[in-house]
Ligand binder design. Structure first.
Ligand code: UD1
Ligand code: CA
Length: 460
C-alpha cells in the first residue's frame, strides 16, 4: 500500500478529558491512544503516516519520537482544517487514509479492508460506519431512498429525525487525493461549532456527482472514540479483554481476566497461570509454567520457566527459572536472580546478582550486592550500602552462611563457605571458610531488682 498515506488527526485538546495532558497521550494497556492507532495502521501494511499535531505538539512529539512525520495545525479550527495541514507531508500519495488519534480500538484488518474497498470501487470517498444502539455524540450517516450515502451530519447540527439514525461516522475514511485536497479548500465553518468539518466533504462529493461509499464495521467496539475518562476506561477494558483472550487461547491460564492487567507488549509462555490483581507491563517476557500473583507487578523484566511470584513487585530485573519470589518481595531495577533462587517475605533487592540456588528467605535488604551460589542469607540481614554520600558494593561468595540479623557494612566481602554469626555487624572482609563474630559477648548477672522485690515481700 505504498500509494496510500495515513493521516492521523491528533491536534485537538480533548477538552472533555479535563486534563493538562493532550488527549492522545493518555494511556491504556501500556500505550498512549495515538500509539495504538499508529500500531494498527502499521500492522495494516501502511508504511507512511502523517500525524497532525497542534495542542500540546511538543509533548506529543516527545512521546512519539522524531522518526515520525508530523504536520502542524496552529489553530484547532476543525477536523477538515486539520487534514488540510497534512497535504504537503502526504506528498503525492493517491489514497489518503484518515484516522483520529482517539480511536485506539480500531483493528488492522478493518483498516486494510477499508483501503482495499476504496481502491476497488473507484469512489472518491469511502467512510467506515457503524450501527450503534446508542449513537449519541457521533456524526450520523444520511442516506437517500436508494441507500446511497448523501452526507454526514454532526449531532449538534442534526434535526431530531437525523438524530434518530443509528448509523454513525467512525471518523475513519479513505479518500482519493485528487478529490480531497481541492474539496478541503471549499469547506466553510457554517455550523454549530464554527469549525471546518471534514465530514462536509461527503456532501461536497455528492453535489459534484462523485461516488461515495460506506463500509460498515461489524464490531462497533472497534470504533469507540475516547473523548472523556469514562470512555478511556471503557477502551482500556476492551483492550485488556482482547489481550487476555489472545493469551488464554494461546495456552495461558488467567484465573480472572477482569482483574488481570497485561500490556500488549508482554509475551508469556504456555501453561503459566496468572492470578487476580496481577499487572504485567512494558517489555516483559514471562516463561512457561510460571505462577504469577495474586497481587503481583512485573515491569520491563524477564521471568524464567517455572518460577513462582506471589505478592511481588519486580522492576527492570531478571528472574531465572525455578525461582520462588514473595510473598511481599520487592525486586528493584538491576536485580538478576539465577536459577532456583528464593527471595521470600519482606525482602528488598536492588541492583544485585544472586547466584544459583541461594536463599534470602525473610526480612532482608540486599543492595549493590553480588551473592554466589548456594548462599543462605538469614532473616533480618541488611547490606549497609550507603554511607550518606555514596553506594558501596558487598560480595558474598559461594556457600557462605549469613546468620540472622547481620549488618554487612559495605564495601565488604564474605569469602566462600564463611559463616557470619547472628547479630554481627561486619565491617571488615571475612576470609573464606572463617567464622566471623562481631557482637558483644553475653554476660549473665543476678537479677538485682528481682532479689530486692523478694525481700520486700517477705518483710511485708
Ligand atoms: C468526529 C467527527 C464525527 C465522528 C467522530 C468519530 C467531525 C466534524 N466529526 O467528531 O462525525 O462521529 O469524530 O469519533 O469530523 N482534531 C484536530 N484538529 C481540530 C479538531 C480535531 O486534529 O481542529 C482531531 C482531534 O485531536 C481528534 C480528531 O480530530 O483526534 C477528532 O476530533 P474530535 O473533536 O474528537 O471530533 P468528534 O467530536 O469526536
Ligand atoms: Ca472524538
Amino acid at each position: 500500500m505504498s500509494d496510500t498515506v495515513a493521516v492521523i488527526l491528533a491536534a485537538g485538546q480533548g477538552k472533555r478529558m479535563r486534563s493538562r495532558q493532550p488527549k492522545v497521550l493518555h494511556r491504556v494497556a501500556g500505550r498512549c491512544l495515538l500509539e495504538h492507532v499508529l500500531a494498527a495502521t502499521r500492522e495494516a501494511g501502511i508504511k507512511n503516516s502523517v500525524i497532525v499535531i497542534g495542542h500540546g505538539a511538543a509533548e506529543v512529539k516527545a512521546a512519539l519520537g522524531p522518526e515520525q512525520t508530523y504536520a502542524w495545525q496552529e489553530e484547532q479550527l476543525g477536523t477538515g482544517h486539520a487534514l488540510a495541514q497534512a497535504r504537503q507531508a502526504a506528498g503525492g500519495a493517491e489514497s489518503i487514509l484518515v484516522l483520529c488519534g482517539d480511536t485506539p480500538l480500531i483493528r488492522p484488518a478493518t483498516i486494510a479492508s477499508l483501503v482495499k474497498e476504496h481502491q476497488a470501487t473507484g469512489a472518491v470517498a469511502t467512510v467506515l460506519t457503524a450501527c450503534l444502539d446508542d449513537p449519541a455524540g457521533y456524526g450520523r450517516i444520511i442516506r437517500d431512498e436508494q441507500g446511497r450515502v448523501r452526507a454526514i451530519v454532526e449531532e449538534r447540527d442534526a434535526a431530531p429525525a437525523e438524530r434518530a439514525i443509528n448509523e454513525i461516522n467512525t471518523g475513519i475514511y479513505c479518500f482519493t487525493a485528487s478529490f480531497l485536497w481541492p474539496a478541503l479548500a471549499q469547506l466553510r465553518p457554517d455550523n454549530n461549532q464554527g469549525e471546518y468539518y471534514l465530514t462536509d466533504v461527503i456532501a461536497l462529493a455528492v453535489n459534484q456527482g462523485l461516488a461515495v461509499q460506506a463500509l460498515a464495521c461489524d464490531d462497533p467496539e472497534e470504533i469507540l472514540g475516547v473523548n472523556d475518562r469514562v470512555q478511556l476506561a471503557a477502551a482500556g477494558a476492551i483492550l485488556r479483554r482482547r489481550i487476555n483472550t489472545t493469551l488464554m487461547l494461546a495456552g495461558i491460564t488467567i484465573v480472572d481476566p477482569a482483574s488481570t492487567y497485561i500490556d500488549a507488549s508482554v509475551t508469556i509462555g504456555p501453561d503459566t497461570t496468572i492470578y487476580p490483581g496481577t499487572f504485567l507491563e512494558g517489555h516483559t517476557i514471562i516463561g512457561a509454567n510460571c505462577s504469577l500473583g495474586p497481587g503481583t507487578t512485573v515491569r520491563d523484566s524477564q521471568v524464567g520457566d517455572g518460577s513462582e511470584l506471589i505478592h511481588a513487585v519486580v522492576l527492570a530485573s531478571t528472574v531465572g527459572p525455578g525461582c520462588h519470589i514473595g510473598p511481599y518481595a520487592y525486586l528493584r531495577p538491576g536485580t538478576v536472580l539465577e536459577a532456583g533462587v528464593k527471595v521470600g517475605d519482606f525482602v528488598e533487592v536492588k541492583a544485585s546478582r544472586i547466584g544459583r540456588g541461594s536463599k534470602v528467605p525473610h526480612l532482608t535488604y540486599l543492595g549493590d550486592t553480588t551473592v554466589g551460589a548456594g548462599v543462605n542469607v538469614g532473616a533480618g540481614t541488611i547490606t549497609c550500602n550507603y554511607d550518606g554520600r555514596q553506594k558501596w558494593p558487598t560480595t558474598i561468595e559461594d556457600g557462605a552462611f549469613i546468620g540472622s540479623n547481620a549488618n554487612l557494612v559495605a564495601p565488604v566481602r564474605v569469602g566462600a563457605g564463611a559463616l557470619v554469626g547472628a547479630g554481627s555487624t561486619i565491617t571488615r572482609d571475612v576470609p573464606a571458610g572463617a567464622l566471623a563474630l562481631a557482637r558483644g559477648r553475653q554476660v549473665n548477672l543476678p537479677r538485682r531488682g528481682k532479689k530486692d522485690d523478694a525481700e520486700r515481700q517477705e518483710k511485708g
